[in-house]
Design a protein around this ligand. Structure first.
Ligand code: BGP
Length: 473
């Protein structure tokens, strides 16, 4: 077949527990940081869960996963990325014994995937620290979190040894720089959090991540354990060297996380940053050795690229968590995220040049408003040509990167079934191939319907990418 995608390429889709499972207080689950964040990342948090929090119900995946996995199988998924809700396994996070009902749920889910030959790809921590760890310990600022996370990781690695081969340690680990509560469970408000505490928290996560790699390999030598980075290629706004250096510095802030995960040491530019900002990372004996347990592969999300400039008055763009200056050559989504398919080829090359490790694109997609219509067969559907175009153009660029020699393990498009948005907590920001009848005012039947993109993606997978259309074709 005339396709750049290698045989065995892992096609699939991605979700996160807190954005679709619902059942936030069932079967012994404890509260997580998401259960008190009804308005998404930047909104205020509440004392207790409130009814307007769409995530409490999600799309009721907890009770409907069999129907959903069947639909994924119909599309031909080879892999399904989801996360384990830490607070289902350790409701408060600091218990000594896990919650059996929580463990059983994921046993059943992974069995269901295997029934159809779908390999689970599991994120240990996807924006949902147990709330107790956040409130009582201030999240990852506290060194004790390393031990709690280790116990959790050991528990699930052991339990799912024969069911899960691919693991990710922290979702978009670098997002803690911008969203310390959601990403790092840090309860101290962002404007009161010192750089010292922030970078100490990051150190704890990096140590925890490397510890997970170490124990994961011990428990199952076949396990493939990766880090997960929010990628955002940064272009200089102009050829002005000030802009070029500003772009380089911005890239460093994100590469820092990949560098430690892939090379096992702190890079020189971060040591300089620490010196210049009066930050002293407290390292315990053994930390430097632990960090040497580097990841098997690098995974990342990709939605947008940004521009950087030395002139801070030009930095206005709203992007996926990280701002920047708008790129005059690119169009944006309805939520202002600039669309740049070639940026994906670029970032794949950059990561591969830097690390020479296999790469996995574990998030990419278009959040858009969909209109449910009656299809020719009388069944409701969505004509989401805009989503097809977005995904097609990005996948063509993945093919280009593979032609460039980049080793790409797979691609899981974000929100393969409609779910609650992380940044805005809306359901109307839809990414799925499968439409879910649920709305921002909490109404809806929760019925599932195949969109046009469902059939399109099925074809892409069946032909291993041969059906993708390059522009002009
Ligand atoms: C990433 C998160 C996901 C996801 C995605 C889309 O940052 O890892 O959890 O939600 O972005 O973002 P949003 O849901 O805000 O549109």
């Amino acid at each position: 077949m005339n396709t750049p995608f290698p045989e065995g390429f892992l096609w699939g889709g991605a979700v996160a527990a807190n954005q679709l499972e619902g059942a936030y207080n069932e079967d012994g689950k404890g509260l997580s940081t998401q259960d008190v964040a009804p308005q998404g990342i930047r909104g205020p948090i509440t004392e207790v869960p409130t009814e307007d929090n769409m995530k409490l119900v999600g799309i009721d995946f907890y009770h409907r996963y069999k129907e959903d996995v069947k639909l994924f199988a119909e599309m031909g998924f080879k892999v399904f990325r989801t996360s384990i809700a830490w607070s289902r396994i350790f409701p408060n996070g600091d218990e000594l014994e896990p919650n059996e009902q929580g463990l059983q749920f994921y046993d059943d889910l992974f069995d269901e995937c295997h029934k159809y030959g779908i390999e689970p790809l599991v994120t240990l921590s996807h924006y949902e620290t147990p709330l107790h760890l956040s409130k009582q310990y201030d999240g990852w600022v506290n060194r004790q979190l390393v031990g709690f996370y280790e116990r959790y990781a050991r528990t699930v690695f052991t339990r799912y040894k024969d069911k899960v081969k691919y693991w990710l340690t922290f979702n978009e680990i670098n997002s803690i720089l911008h969203e310390p509560f959601m990403s790092g469970g840090i309860y101290t408000p962002k404007d009161k959090l010192s750089k010292q505490d922030l970078y100490q928290a990051i150190h704890h996560e990096l140590v925890a991540s490397a510890t997970a790699v170490k124990i994961g390999h011990k428990i199952n030598p076949q396990a493939q354990i990766g880090c997960m980075i929010l990628s955002m290629p940064t272009y200089p706004l102009t050829p002005n060297p000030d802009d070029v250096i500003a772009a380089m510095k911005s890239e460093h802030m994100n590469y820092f996380f990949g560098d430690v995960h892939a090379r096992g040491v702190y890079p020189g530019y971060m040591k300089r940053y620490f010196r210049e900002h009066g930050i002293e990372i407290h390292m315990e004996p053994g930390d430097a050795d632990i960090l040497k347990h580097t990841v098997d592969f690098i995974s990342f999300s990709y939605y947008v690229s940004i521009c950087e400039t030395g002139d801070s008055s030009k930095r206005t763009q709203e992007g996926n968590l990280i701002g920047g200056a708008p790129n005059p050559y690119l169009k944006a989504s309805e939520w202002g995220w600039q669309i740049d398919p070639q940026g994906l080829r670029y970032v794949l090359n950059m990561f591969y040049d830097r690390y020479q490790k296999p790469l996995f694109i574990v998030e990419n997609g278009l959040g858009a408003k969909d209109e449910l219509i009656t299809g020719e067969d009388g069944v409701p559907t969505v004509n989401d040509d805009y989503r097809i175009e977005y995904l097609n153009d990005h996948l063509v660029q993945v093919g280009e990167a593979i032609e460039d020699g980049v080793e790409v393990m797979g691609y899981t498009s974000w929100g393969c079934i409609d779910l609650v948005s992380a940044s805005t907590a809306e359901l109307s920001k839809r990414y799925g191939f499968i439409y879910v009848d649920r709305h921002d005012d909490n109404t809806g039947t929760l019925e599932r319907y195949r969109k046009k993109s469902f059939h399109w993606y099925k074809d892409v997978i069946a032909t291993n990418g041969q059906s993708l259309r390059r522009s002009g074709q």
